[in-house]
Ligand binder design. Structure first.
Ligand code: XUL
Ligand code: CO
Length: 437
């Protein structure tokens, strides 16, 4: 029997909207059917290992604030096993079906690559057993190719080939771990795949190298039977000044340019969208329009400052708009909703981690329920469809089909004269969303 780390917390239950118990769901009734399927199937929630089990609240201005009871042993493997016991206890008590990890979240790096690989084998065996015991599954694995100082000039985009080779070897270990654990997807977030200064950077060469690296990883995993999706996670900056996977549109251009469209989709993160000067819903829509909306990293930024704060999602209005995109475009392809979010540095109780996830899960459930209500019981869809009615027949329909020339349009415009002014009715749409709660 492993140690119980979250001692005063039992299985989190759904108690409904009237409950004032902070350790119960108010909206996330996992079996409630919304838009044709249970909430748990829409959401496929995941716990992010790095924020909830690893992060101790250090920031550039101060030391860690949290003492994690599973982070005590002097021995790397014992410490990793304790951490994994805590992870599976947390995930099963919360009732979340998935988790996500970076290789070095699972176990510390070792002095050599081969020792690290050995550690990873030990820990994937341990994780496999834990998954079998609990039914918890791996939504995605990834490789941390940005924290170690060796990656200060980039990983696969490093100007030094030796670093590129090292990064590739590390990615191979993480791909192996993901496959051993039947991971459903694999993520590439290129934290340092970008530049700090264009002066010392051959951008085209670096982007070619990034594509080469992604292609090799994909080929290796496919050859070894991996059937899941590869996701690129866009972010415009931080830690680099400029990250190559800047936003959804840039990443789609990259995917198409390098012929990766059959295997790669996007993992859209809220705070990355806002850092890029977009809304979350904009990024979802851009990805969905291309058939590439794979997965979500759920969090939120602080809208008064401009960095990646990774706060837990709580903004129902933003989430409702986003869930509208999700419902209208057919949902996530292969992915789920991973809480890439951390409790604040001064939230130091162990139950804060539960409270944060519960509030985030409730916010997403509530947003989805509201979005479903908007689609089913309001004028929202009809209003938007009717805005484009002039293209449904006549010359508008001919234009859409490509049956009119510029001269034809000139004739039409001259005969019709000044177009009628038609209101965009933005406030009406906003009222509909605001009244859905
Ligand atoms: C960093 C970030 C990463 C990725 C995985 O901003 O979002 O945690 O999700 O590497
Ligand atoms: Co993320």
């Amino acid at each position: 029997m492993s140690t119980e780390f979250f001692k005063n917390i039992g299985k989190i239950k759904y108690e409904g909207r009237e409950s004032d118990n902070p350790l119960a769901f108010k909206w996330y009734d996992e079996d409630r059917v919304v838009a044709g399927k249970p909430l748990k199937e829409h959401m496929r929630f995941a716990v992010a290992y790095w924020h909830t089990l690893v992060n101790k609240g250090g920031d550039p201005f101060g030391a860690p604030t949290e003492t994690l009871p599973w982070d005590k042993s002097e021995d790397a493997i014992t410490r990793a096993k304790d951490k994994m016991d805590a992870a599976f206890e947390f995930i099963t008590k919360l009732g979340v079906p998935y988790y996500c990890f970076h290789d070095i979240d699972i176990v510390d790096e070792a002095p050599t690559l081969s020792e690290f690989e050995k550690r990873m084998h030990t820990m994937t065996d341990y994780a496999k057993q834990k998954q079998q015991e609990t039914g918890v599954k791996l939504l995605w694995g990834t490789s941390n190719l940005f924290s170690n100082p060796r990656y200060m000039n980039g990983a696969s985009t490093n100007p030094n080939f030796d670093v590129v080779a090292y990064a590739s070897a590390q990615a191979k270990i993480a791909l192996d771990a993901t496959m051993t654990l039947d991971g459903e997807n694999y993520v590439f977030w290129g934290g340092r795949e970008g530049y700090m200064s264009l002066l010392n950077t051959d951008m085209k060469r670096e982007q070619d190298h990034l594509a080469q690296f992604l292609t090799m990883c994909k080929d290796y995993a496919r050859k070894n039977g991996f059937k899941g999706n590869f996701f690129i996670e866009p972010k415009p900056m931080e830690p680099t000044k400029h990250q190559y996977d800047y936003d959804a549109a840039t990443s789609i251009g990259f995917i198409n340019k390098y012929g990766l469209q059959d295997d790669f989709k996007l993992n859209i993160e809220v705070n990355h969208a806002t850092l890029a000067g977009h809304t979350f819903q904009h990024e979802l829509q851009v990805a969905a329009n291309e058939g590439l909306l794979g997965s979500i990293d759920a969090n939120r930024g602080d809208y008064q400052n401009g960095w990646d704060t990774d706060q837990f999602p709580i903004d129902i209005y933003e989430i409702t708009e986003s869930m509208l995109v999700l419902l209208e475009t057919g949902g996530l392809q292969g992915g789920g909703i991973n809480f890439d979010a951390k409790v604040r540095r001064n939230s130091t109780d162990l139950d804060d981690k539960f409270i944060a996830h519960i509030a985030g899960m409730d916010a997403f459930a509530r947003g989805l329920i509201c979005a479903d209500h908007v689609l089913k019981n309001t004028n929202y869809k009809k209003l938007r469809t009717e805005r484009y009615a002039s293209f449904d027949n006549g010359d508008g329909a001919k234009f859409e089909k490509g049956d009119l020339s510029l001269e034809d349009l000139s004739k039409i415009a001259n005969s019709k004269g000044e177009p009628q002014q038609i209101s965009g009715k933005q406030e009406l749409y906003e009222q509909i969303i605001a009244n859905a709660y």
